[in-house]
Design a protein around this ligand. Structure first.
Ligand SMILES: Cc1ncc(C[n+]2csc(CCOP(=O)(O)OP(=O)(O)O)c2C)c(N)n1
Ligand SMILES: [Mg+2]
Length: 536
């Protein structure tokens, strides 16, 4: 039987269907019209028309982050591609899988500055228009493989044994985990390991939810805005095991200061290039963290040595002393809404079980610090690139992938305006995230740095001429709420989350002067923390 003749565009659409794709985010244009025509003629997947290409890619990215499916987006050539690049870089920095398809002018016109041409290959890869138009024989391969991508899954047993011995001999052990645990679906194994060993565990900004935060073994997030106890324990540990984490500069602070305290380091990561990249490692293990943790747990079952109980008790005593500093405590007020208290209330009202997306700034750090994540894939934020504008498109992607879930976007008045047009997409597709705007009328994180490092010269960080967000939300067909008094926070949140079938845009007018604490200033050592304005 001869193979069916299909156009490039039809083949593309068929391939997506063969791969089980159910949703595609996108925005049409001249170079992808054959593809859009092929989409029109099929009913295997739904296309979601966003209002800006950046949002299509962010939504696809969050679709992947919040589920075990892969997000897909389609954009046109030229401005479609350049608008998509921020989304690509954002996902790339956090190792998020996605498939983004871009159009291109016909092959013969490439390099001639044709209408809507840009050097897409220089930036990414593309599909020229003539290829989507021409036909060829269509046969879908049984297995799809990438020659250039063959990661090692199984870790080296001998290395795992050595790591286990070192872990069991530790006097001041510390388990430090990152987004790799979440991407590898290894949270159950991690929870088992931490519980069995009884060691302290910290999750990075990308790893929140990997180990449940409600456990007393969880010491909070490490790094620039990490807890006092997490940073002190990272620094003073004698054996540190890093799992699916990469010793990012925002996590370990000044590398020289970090190295000034001697400790043995075990590092498990699927990407060999991550190992010993920023910090010298004693026992490297290359492999899928899920596979490696499974083997570690199996070996732990039969290990002859046990943890050093006495040393561990002393270590916990020390950690609990550090905990007593209560570094996330904040002053309450009857007059001004404290942003931290709004996040705590969101946690209470959603019973800690919502998907939380965020943008970039102070609100992002408060969301990370005060919403306790007990499950993986619940905290969706741009860690590596720090892209303002992701929050609303992320909420859309999460809701497409998890239609019955409660979704909230904790954002700032500057960030939300970067992709605000997506309120229309939400209306069209009945997406109903609750937008929690912590409105401090400032580029708050910029203001904080200007206060601390630039003599309180607030250069261009005040947000003047803000829109009336109530009217704005209503004009898109949503519900708007403005909350100005601390006493109204709880009631407003309960009312909003009860409106399951509406997008509610909640504009909380918060204390403008609030800062994110603790803070390790850029370039400083991990334990050189500022715990509050009294340390300035
Ligand atoms: C696209 C982009 N531009 C600029 C920045 C730098 N930046 C980081 S936080 C921030 C301020 C964010 O303000 P807002 O959204 O109001 O949040 P807040 O810090 O006030 O909570 C800026 C400008 C960024 N991260 N991303
Ligand atoms: Mg702000």
């Amino acid at each position: 039987m001869s193979a069916e003749q299909l156009t490039g565009a039809d083949i593309l659409v068929r391939c997506l269907a063969e791969e089980g794709v159910e949703h595609v985010f996108g925005y049409p244009g001249g170079a992808v019209l054959y593809i859009y025509d092929a989409i029109f003629k099929q009913d295997k997947f739904q296309h979601i028309l966003v209002r800006h290409e950046q949002a299509a890619v962010h939504a696809a990215d969050a679709y992947s982050r919040s589920s075990q499916k892969v997000g897909v987006a389609i954009v046109t050539s030229g401005p479609g591609v350049t608008n998509a690049v921020t989304g690509l870089a954002t996902a790339y920095m956090d190792s998020i899988p996605m498939v983004i398809i871009s159009g291109q002018v016909p092959s013969t016109a490439i390099g001639q500055d044709a209408f809507q041409e840009c050097d897409t290959v220089g930036i990414t890869r593309d599909i020229p228009k003539d290829i989507t138009m021409h036909t060829c024989a269509y046969e879908y391969p049984k297995a799809v493989e990438m020659r250039s991508y063959k990661p090692v899954d199984k870790g080296h047993s001998g290395q795992i044994r050595k790591a286990l011995q070192l872990l069991l001999s530790a006097e001041r052990p510390m388990i430090y985990t990152g987004g790799g645990i979440i991407l590898a679906n290894a949270a159950p194994e991690l929870n088992k390991l931490v519980d069995r060993l009884g060691y302290p565990c910290t999750n990075t900004l990308m790893g929140l939810g990997a180990y449940r935060s409600s456990s007393d073994k969880f010491v909070g997030m490490p790094g620039m805005h990490g807890t006092y106890e997490a940073n002190m324990a990272m620094q003073h540990s004698d054996v540190l095991i890093a799992i699916g984490a990469r010793f990012d500069d925002r996590v370990i602070g000044n590398p020289k200061h970090f190295a000034s305290h001697a400790r043995k380091i075990i590092h498990i990561d699927i990407d060999p290039s991550s190992i010993s990249k920023r910090v010298k490692v004693d026992i490297p293990i290359v492999g899928n963290v899920k596979d490696v943790l499974q083997e570690l747990l199996t070996q732990l079952d039969t290990a002859e040595t046990r943890q050093n109980g006495e040393a561990l008790d002393a270590w916990w005593k020390q950690i609990n002393e550090w905990r007593k500093r209560d570094c996330l405590k904040f002053a309450t007020s009857d007059e001004f809404i404290k942003p931290q208290s709004v996040v705590q209330k969101v946690w209470e009202v959603t019973k800690g079980d919502a998907f939380i997306t965020s943008d970039v700034g102070q609100h992002q750090m408060w969301a990370a610090q005060y919403y306790g994540f007990d499950k993986p894939r619940r905290w969706i934020n741009s860690g590596g690139l720090g892209t303002m504008g992701v929050g609303l498109p992320y909420a859309m992607g999460v809701q497409m992938a998890n239609p019955d879930a409660t979704v909230a976007c904790i954002t700032g008045e500057a960030s939300i305006q970067m992709c605000i047009q997506e309120l229309a997409t939400c209306k069209q597709y009945h997406l109903t995230p609750k937008i929690i705007l912590l409105n401090n009328r400032f580029l708050g994180m910029v203001r904080q740095w200007q206060q601390i490092d630039y003599g309180s010269r607030y250069s261009e960080s005040y947000m003047d001429s803000l829109p009336d967000f109530n009217k704005l939300a209503e004009s898109y067909g949503h519900v708007g709420m403005k909350i100005e008094k601390p006493g109204d926070v709880d009631g407003a949140l309960r009312e909003a989350f009860a409106m399951k079938d509406r997008l509610v845009f909640m504009n909380f007018i918060t204390d403008q002067t609030e800062n994110v604490w603790p803070m390790v200033k850029a370039g400083k050592g991990l334990t050189e923390m500022l715990l509050g304005s009294e340390d300035l």
